[in-house]
Ligand binder design. Structure first.
Ligand code: FAD
Length: 335
């Protein structure tokens, strides 16, 4: 513990301090690398940006959960590292222990059943995009993931990392809320299932307890004739959305049925636009409905100003995104 205190104090003294792999411990069936400034200076003298931390790479989910529990909020899981590593580099996070999930193959499944689509937490964006049957099983999900980041990031970034990171402008949390997905969290007390609407609590804040790992997300079944649209506005392709709309409905006798409308990037968490859904539900599919939805979408959100855009601009953007997504859904037809 004294060692640990030294290292963590060192974060303040040495902003560009080093992580180095020192002693390897095999007492348990995971390896632990202990990093310290001193160890790093006595190695090859390479300086790295990350603050020092202990590292564990457990072979089972139970071990991973036990490690998180033992560190009471001072430990963080590592999945693709595409958000966590920048957070470490910018000193927005300085966990005492990193628990690498890379060996947990039990979290890499993609299941398509009559009940819906289940994605393991370690499924990467690339796995979703390249899956031979997923686009048919859940076209809205795959269409949204096409907008996530860039090629390199999609090779590493994961479903569980995106959900746990809870960026209000991220696509997957938005799709999860729009589709009423369920998120499975595994901790020392066992497994619990959290509705996506209850999971995201604010920017980078979720309902996860410190000892919990996201193990899976479950999407309800997608009827083949369902119509959908996803539109996103970002400053460059692959950037986080300034605003995005995800929506779907079933067409019954030329009327909207089972309407869901979600919005990303316009609040501190992904939203369902219930007022727009109510307005469309049961109504005639057509231009008049699109115009009403456009106006209602803007009225339904109250985004703050930030360095990327004013709130007023985002209000306008979301109405345009809803209008275009709805038009796409209508044009697309069923099946
Ligand atoms: P990590 O970085 O490993 O972890 C992120 C957080 O989640 C950490 O707090 C970690 O402790 C926690 N965590 C990870 N896995 C679990 C788990 N199973 N259970 C509990 N906690 C866990 N994302 C988008 O959605 N859209 C974008 O347009 C987009 N653009 C990007 C552009 C750039 C330049 C970069 C660097 C990233 C971008 N991202 C974007 C983020 C990217 O998708 C990340 O991959 C994702 O947010 C986090 O996934 P990860 O597997 O890398 O998680």
């Amino acid at each position: 513990m004294a060692d640990m205190a030294l290292r963590r104090d060192g974060i303040e003294d040495a902003p560009l301090t080093v992580f180095a792999s020192g002693a390897t411990k095999k007492a348990q069936n995971f390896r632990r690398f202990r990093g310290s400034k001193r160890a790093a200076e006595s190695s090859r003298g390479t300086r790295m940006k990350l603050p020092p931390f202990d590292y564990a790479c457990p072979a089972t989910l139970a071990e991973a959960v036990a490690l998180l529990a033992a560190h009471g909020g001072e430990a963080k899981p590592l999945a693709g590292g595409q958000s966590l590593v920048p957070m470490l580099a910018f000193r927005l996070a300085a966990p005492a222990l990193i628990v690498d999930l890379r060996k947990l193959d039990a979290l890499r499944h993609i299941e398509i059943t009559d009940e819906g689509v289940n994605l393991g937490a370690m499924v990467r964006w690339k796995d979703i995009l390249e899956h031979p049957r997923l686009r048919q099983a859940h076209p809205l999900l795959v269409t949204a993931v096409e907008h996530v980041a860039h090629y390199q990031i999609r090779n590493r970034g994961t479903v569980g990392g995106s959900l746990a990171h809870a960026d209000p402008a991220a696509e997957l949390p938005g799709i999860a809320v729009t589709c009423d997905a369920k998120i499975v969290a595994l901790g020392q007390a066992g497994q619990r299932i959290v509705h996506a609407a209850d999971f995201f609590r604010g920017p980078l804040v979720t309902a996860l307890q410190p000892d919990e790992i996201v193990s899976e997300i479950r999407f309800p079944a997608w009827p083949p004739a369902r119509r959908f649209g996803f539109r996103e506005f970002a400053r460059r392709r692959g950037d986080f959305a300034l605003a995005a709309a995800a929506l779907f409905f079933d067409a019954r006798e030329k009327k909207f049925c089972n309407v869901r409308v979600g919005a990303v990037g316009v609040a501190d968490r992904p939203l369902r636009l219930a007022a727009v859904e109510r307005l469309l539900e049961g109504g005639e599919i057509g231009k008049a409905a699109i115009a009403k939805a456009e106006t209602a979408a803007s009225a339904a959100v109250d985004p703050p100003d930030d360095i990327h855009a004013s709130g007023a601009y985002r209000k306008t953007l979301i109405s345009v995104m809803v209008e275009r997504a709805l038009q796409d859904a209508i044009n697309r037809g069923g099946g």
